[in-house]
Design a protein around this ligand. Sequence first.
Ligand SMILES: Nc1ncnc2c1ncn2[C@@H]1O[C@H](COP(=O)(O)OP(=O)(O)OP(=O)(O)O)[C@@H](O)[C@H]1O
Ligand SMILES: [Mg+2]
Length: 461
Amino acid sequence: MSPQSPEQEVILIIDDSPTNLVLLSDLLQETGFTVWIARDGETAISKVTEELPDLILLDVLMPGPDGFEICQRLKSNPLTSEVPIIFMTALADPVDKVKGMNLGAVDYITKPFRQEEVLARIKIHSKIRKLTQSLAKQNQLLKQEIKERIAVEDRLQKLTEELEKRVEERTAELTQAMYDLQKAQLQLVQKEKMSTLGQLVAGVAHEINNPINFIAANLNHAENYIEDLLEHLHLYQQEFPYPGEEIESNAEEIDLDFLVEDLPSLVASMKTGTERINQISVSLRIFSRADTNAKLAVNIHEGIDSTLMILKHRLKANENRPAIEIIKEYGDLPLVECYAGQLNQVFMNLLSNAIDAFDEHSQAYSYTELEENPNKIVINTEVNEKEDKILIRIHDNGPGMLPEAQAHLFEPLFTTKPLGKGTGLGLSISHQIVVEKHGGQLTCNSVRGKGVEFVIVLPLH
Ligand SMILES: Nc1ncnc2c1ncn2[C@@H]1O[C@H](COP(=O)(O)OP(=O)(O)OP(=O)(O)O)[C@@H](O)[C@H]1O
Ligand SMILES: [Mg+2]
């Protein structure tokens, strides 16, 4: 065996015939191959297991394990199975060449050797082996690359997912922060609105109360005095039917007969007026119940009535439309524990919205058309004892609203009204008061052209 240079290919010849061995090794060495030799199967197998040759020339007929058996053993060992084997058979040998090929040999050559043929076949197989090896290597590299790419893609995917998750979390945080901010702002606005309005209304009510009380009290006295005076005048007239020219012409001038007749009804209408003012003052005080820090058991109908009283000037007829009819369908409600002032604010918002809708809607119709089909607000209340709650429905027969509006109704700042007319806070504040302050529900049903119904549900306990 000669020393092997790195680029030289190694061929192992396995043959028991020294003549063949010499012949072949001389030929192959001259051609530039490194040649190993083995004279029997066992030596050859242990040699191949130690270090792999590039190709094996294997004689078939040998003492000990024959070529077929050696071939089989080498092919069944994963370490040695890839080395190409070329069988050598004498032309006269009764050997089944197909059997050799089936066992995994790549080719066979026949003795006596024709040198060119031997070399040509060895070179071809050596080339095939090299190509196969380089293919396998490339395959290996490709597999490695694919593996790396998959790993990179995996990492990328994970990173993307992580990023998406972080963006999602951050968006959720920001949305929540925004929502909290809006809510805080709303609460502030609502508190401010309520306290300013409440204070104003309570102040006005208080200021009205004193003068109206003494007008009412004095009016009773005035009525008695007038009765006495008229009685007295009557006596005079009876006693002195002809009081003289001056008195008679004065009586004519002041239309004494009409004055005497009209004075009592004048006083009566003044009394009605003071009673009305008194009612308004009571309504104002009920509406503005400023006690917002504690729940009170109140009569819900009083709250609605006081709100209607405050809105009276808006319900009246104006140049564009007749008066809005209010139809009360009040059920038998118990006293309800609630923040009365705030709840009145809700009634105020819902009723104002209905009136706003009527005002806008009416512009499209003639006065007569509106008289034939009057604007109506139905206020219905009922108690649901089984579910321990009360329901307040405020239904208008106005224009109704579009589904888009309905979808955003309770969002702060949503309005369809022109700039300066609506802030878009009314319903979101009402929602907050009903849902968050009272644990109730505020819902809206609307069909375009058929009006709007708001339903307030309040738990009783
Ligand atoms: N009864 C109703 N009929 C028709 N549309 C309504 C009715 N109630 C509410 N809307 C619609 O809902 C929108 C929001 O109402 P919301 O009370 O929250 O705000 P606004 O009335 O526009 O302004 P603000 O109440 O702050 O003055 C209104 O702009 C209107 O388009
Ligand atoms: Mg409103």
